[in-house]
Design a binder for this molecule. Structure first.
Ligand SMILES: Nc1ncnc2c1ncn2[C@@H]1O[C@H](COP(=O)(O)OP(=O)(O)OP(=O)(O)O)[C@@H](O)[C@H]1O
Ligand SMILES: [Mg+2]
Length: 213
């Protein structure tokens, strides 16, 4: 369902990705490792259509992301994708319950019970009325994880989703993440520096200057 074809990206004349090609298997949970600055977050942003490639393309179900107009790309992201960003992007003026429920609301299928269930699942039961400023970094990350999974996306994109969690919490969260995507048949691409996290995936690739290996 997801294919990278000769994907290239440079910033200020410096090449980050050079003619990267790869086909992800449907329903596969993939971990991507690689040294800091090699372009892992850049790659996730290109896959999400949040950044545009200089060359090549990202194809979702055979359709190049660049062939979609803004509305269609937004619709694709909202209905089919879930994101856990390296910097959370939890909305400060919404409560935790509202943050987690947001994807369902944007999709026109509000389901407060499902949002509550996801908050429980990430260990934040009873905190739904709290605001993000009242949370620790690890708790915020768990809110971001609940929000990314709440609408059962077909593709989950996760950038270092357990980077701020202690090993035990991280393990629990990754088990939840894996259970959720396997239950819905979703694919997932998780960028991580943690070998323990990568071990939860079906396959691990390393991103280097010469591609995904
Ligand atoms: N918007 C931008 N403008 C200029 N340079 C950028 C931009 N985004 C990323 N870069 C550069 O592209 C390179 C790859 O960045 P990226 O964030 O993809 O790395 P990464 O592999 O995710 O690293 P980390 O493991 O530290 O998160 C870096 O050298 C970074 O400075
Ligand atoms: Mg990164």
């Amino acid at each position: 369902m997801l294919e990278l074809v000769n994907l290239s990206k440079s910033y200020g004349g410096r090449t980050v990705l050079a003619a990267l090609s790869h086909r992800f298997e449907p329903g596969e949970f993939v971990a991507i490792m690689g040294e800091s600055g090699v372009g892992k977050s850049t790659l996730l942003n290109l896959i999400a259509g949040l950044d545009t490639p200089d060359g090549g393309e990202v194809r979702v179900d055979g359709t190049p992301m660049t062939a979609l107009d803004d509305d269609a790309a937004t619709r694709l992201r909202r209905t089919r994708m879930g994101f856990i960003f390296q910097a959370f992007h939890v909305l400060p003026h919404l409560t935790l319950a509202q943050n987690v429920a947001l994807p369902l609301l944007l999709n026109g299928s509000p389901d407060p019970a499902r949002a509550m269930q996801m908050l429980d699942a990430v260990g934040l039961a009873g905190r739904g009325a709290d605001f993000p400023r009242q949370l620790s970094g690890g708790e915020l990350q768990r809110v971001a994880i609940a929000r990314a999974l709440v609408h059962r996306p077909a593709l989950l994109l996760a950038d270092e989703p357990t980077g701020n969690l202690d090993p035990e919490t991280a393990d629990g969260i990754l088990r939840l993440l894996r259970a959720e995507i396997k239950a819905s048949g979703a694919g997932a691409i998780m960028v991580t520096h943690s070998h323990a996290a990568a071990a939860m995936a079906d396959r691990t690739f390393v991103l280097t200057r010469s591609g995904l290996k």
